[in-house]
Design a protein around this ligand. Sequence first.
Ligand SMILES: [Zn+2]
Length: 133
Amino acid sequence: MPRPLPQLDELNRAFWTGGSAGRLMIMRCQSCAAYIHPPRPVCRTCLSEDVSPEAVSGTGVIDTFTINHQSWYPGLEAPYVIARVALDDAPGVILTSNIVNAPVEAVEFGDKVKVTFEQQDHIFIPLFEKIAD
Ligand SMILES: [Zn+2]
């Protein structure tokens, strides 16, 4: 589905293009190992400027979600799920995204999910789908 696309800059480029290699890239402080999202030039934990993107596993858990029934722009199909996904191996990082490839009524709090990417132009949007368990 068509989406408004982000403006790429030096800080967020890895996040929005890592999907080209199938990788979810999260900014990480090289001094204290904290993850930083959205990407920033300075670690908010230790104030180090030694930050760089690293690949994470791309798995997580649905922290909370809402079902949107409004089509906010042409081509956006409703209903769809907007979820906050807590990443398994990036403590403190929660991505707001969509849950795809499942009926909206099948989505539950605490569901395990993994990242999948939707390419539009040169952007790879990280979306999530449920992991069968
Ligand atoms: Zn730090």
